[in-house]
Design a protein around this ligand. Structure first.
Ligand code: SF4
Ligand code: SF4
Ligand code: SF4
Length: 245
């Protein structure tokens, strides 16, 4: 989740950060050979949000009554839009948050006012995970703007089935088996903005240990994701037939 200190300058930072994907220069990447993973580490199912088209199968094919796939919001990509295309029905422009004007069929997206600046209002959008059924409607809506909403398998709920029923049904082969310690697959743009913020926090940290830890955490997530994507490249042509490990 976003930390309060960075929230205020996020909208200004966002445009810069999106242009600086190259900042993930991977100073330490040489030490992580593509394709290498810890021997014997358990694998879990996860979906690649860059491949997901929000087809709806994540909501209907999971063996659980309520899907283990949930929406997440990458706040570093979010524009905190007043008229959020992931929250409102597109036909609706009067900002009445009545249930019938919301895109989410279960009311799982929570909208909270953050601030008014230069005559514009900004809102934070969070997901009430138990309510989310993984339908992907908000993901498709948000894709019209910044694309900060995307789907991920929630491992606290997922049964880690031997053959994930959604993976089999997914039209874009978005599902993968990834090391349990990795847990997530970040969008490429999320990888870029988290990496950029992590580096910035580390530059600014000085004696601030909390800031340094946050910077480390963000940069680690970005680098881990980058390594995983590098691992996929040699086998990309074979991904259409079976989830990779
Ligand atoms: S089945 Fe695949 S394309 Fe459809 S919503 Fe799930 S991950 Fe996205
Ligand atoms: S994925 Fe569907 S249920 Fe979940 S928050 Fe988005 S619109 Fe609501
Ligand atoms: S592994 Fe099983 S429980 Fe987990 S998302 Fe796939 S079908 Fe659902």
């Amino acid at each position: 989740m976003a930390d309060g200190a960075s929230r205020k300058d996020r909208r200004g930072f966002l445009s810069d950060a999106l242009r600086t994907s190259s900042v993930i220069a991977l100073a330490g990447a040489g030490g992580f050979l593509a394709g290498r993973r810890t021997e014997g580490e358990p694998l879990v199912w996860q979906l690649d949000p860059d491949k997901c088209i929000g087809c709806g199968n994540c909501a209907t094919y999971c063996v659980l009554d309520v899907s283990a796939v949930k929406c997440v919001n990458c706040f570093d990509m979010c524009g905190f839009c007043d008229i959020c295309t992931g929250y409102f029905e597109m036909s609706y422009l009067a900002l009445d948050t009545a249930a019938e004007n919301q895109l989410c069929p279960t009311g799982a997206i929570v909208r909270k006012f953050i601030e008014e600046k230069s005559g514009q209002r900004f809102y934070e959008y969070t997901i009430d995970l138990p309510l989310c059924i993984g339908c992907g409607k908000c993901v498709k809506g948000c894709a019209l703007m910044n694309g900060s909403l995307y789907l991920q398998v929630e491992h606290d709920r997922c049964l880690n089935c031997n053959e994930c029923a959604i993976a089999t049904a997914c039209p874009t082969q978005a599902f993968h088996r990834i090391p349990a310690s990795q847990a997530e697959i970040l969008k490429r743009r999320a990888e870029a903005v988290l990496g950029a913020r992590g580096r910035r926090l580390l530059r600014e940290a000085g004696d601030d240990e909390a800031k340094r830890r946050k910077g480390d955490e963000l940069l680690s997530r970005a680098l881990r994701n980058r390594r995983w994507r590098q691992q996929q490249q040699p086998t990309a042509s074979a991904e259409g037939t079976s989830p990779d490990a």
